[in-house]
Ligand binder design. Structure first.
Ligand SMILES: Cc1cc2nc3c(=O)[nH]c(=O)nc-3n(C[C@H](O)[C@H](O)[C@H](O)COP(=O)(O)OP(=O)(O)OC[C@H]3O[C@@H](n4cnc5c(N)ncnc54)[C@H](O)[C@@H]3O)c2cc1C
Length: 368
């Protein structure tokens, strides 16, 4: 079988790979987007749907701000709004000390113009009466929001195909190597793809792909646990998080409350399931934050597979060992919001049109 020959092969059809494919096609680059299942069916399609800048480190905020502009233009870029709404993101403080941490964060990221508003406990209960009484206050980012993850990455992949990318689904790459200055990717079904540049956007499997090229990166795999309730009367319009982590929730237009916290466990065959301890912790925390949840029925729970680095930053950068191998994975639980900007940044790096702000914080060589 003849190999498909492109300038750039992207291994992984999640939101990172799909948005990179679209950005590369818009720059006129011959591109193949390769996915072993269906595009957007893994972390990118099963996540919480939080489109949040608040809480990110300054180095990620450069990308998050770029992404913020892209999210607002989704209908024009991918033909759907992905149910994206700028609902606001409210980060709750369970103690006065946590409220002070939220105020310190607001001061630290003032230059990014997030419009963060610190709200004390009494004002918070007046403005958001559905919240529980033990909350000490919160920080509101009025222009952060939420979207439906099931819609967004597949739409990026469709838009990339429409723009001329070769989108190869059900194409599990078993091995990739360099050959005569090119990359040669071999799929389980015998398909082969030859490229001048390879982008490793394989998400939680990114370290395994990197290891094919002797790039050994300290990725840890975890399985965030999620659940969703039956539809409830309107409780809260903003997306919720908690300082220190462990709980997040949002109510969709139909009334269901989607929430998450804690981690699940791996199952054979690259699958996972929610963790028992995480589910019972959610059962305790949720009614304390939103008392209406005490009587709500849970209709579904699930988990996704995500790669984490200890510093919570992904790797986005060229390999030190192999020329023209570009890694972009390990988004550490926060890739949904920034992925559309990462895709554009990857296209800039490939075409030499630009780099990445604070690139040293993302570089694959940062562990020495
Ligand atoms: C439950 C959960 C909740 C989350 N909540 C949020 C949130 O609210 N907000 C936020 O910003 N982020 C959130 N995240 C994180 C976010 O979903 C991820 O960081 C982001 O989707 C990562 O995108 P990706 O394209 O790197 O990875 P993925 O979506 O995992 O895509 C990688 C793709 O590579 C493919 N692949 C791997 N190996 C091969 C191979 N050998 N051959 C072919 N294809 C291969 C996989 O099949 C997969 O589809 C959450 C994650 C999870 C799991």
């Amino acid at each position: 079988m003849n190999a498909l020959h492109v300038e750039v092969a992207i291994l992984g059809g999640g939101l990172v790979g799909a948005s990179a494919a679209l950005a590369l096609r818009r720059a006129g680059v011959a591109t193949a987007l390769i996915e072993r299942g269906q595009c957007g069916a893994r972390a990118s399609g099963v996540n919480f749907g939080g489109v949040r800048r608040q809480g990110r480190s300054p180095e990620q905020l450069h990308l998050a701000q770029r992404a913020h502009g892209i999210w607002a233009r989704l209908p024009e870029i991918i033909g759907t709004d992905g149910e994206y709404v700028r609902s606001g993101h409210l980060k709750l403080a369970r103690s006065q000390a946590d409220l002070e941490k939220l105020a310190a964060y607001r001061d630290k990221v003032r230059d990014f113009d997030l419009g963060l508003e610190i709200i004390d406990g009494a004002s918070l209960r007046r403005r958001f009466p559905a919240l529980g009484s033990d909350i000490a206050g919160g920080s509101l980012c009025p222009e952060d929001g939420q979207a439906n993850p099931r819609l967004v990455a597949p739409a990026f992949a469709r838009a990339a195909a429409h723009a001329g990318a070769h989108v190869l689904e059900n194409c599990a790459i078993q091995h990739a190597d360099t050959q005569g200055g090119d990359f040669l990717l071999s799929a389980a079904d015998g398909r082969r793809i030859r490229s001048e540049i390879l982008i490793n956007a394989a998400g939680a499997w990114g370290a395994a792909v990197a290891a094919w090229f002797s790039d050994h990166l300290p990725l840890q795999v975890k399985y965030p646990t999620m659940l969703v309730t039956e539809p409830l009367t309107p409780q809260i319009g903003v997306s919720l998080g908690v300082e220190g982590g462990g709980f997040y929730a949002r109510q969709v237009a139909r009334g269901n409350v989607v929430m998450g916290g804690g981690y699940g466990v791996a199952l054979p065959g690259d699958r996972s399931r929610p963790g028992r301890a995480a589910l019972s912790e959610l059962g305790r925390t949720a009614p304390a934050v939103l008392p209406a949840l005490a009587c709500a029925s849970v209709i579904r729970c699930w988990s996704g597979i995500e790669g984490y680095f200890a510093d919570k930053n992904p790797v986005i950068g060229f390999s030190r060992n192999v020329p023209r191998l570009l890694h972009a994975f390990g988004f550490s639980g926060g890739g949904f919001q920034i992925a559309p900007a990462v895709g554009e940044a990857l296209a800039d790096m490939v075409t030499g049109r630009g780099g990445l702000a604070m690139a040293e914080r993302f570089c694959p060589g940062r562990w020495g």
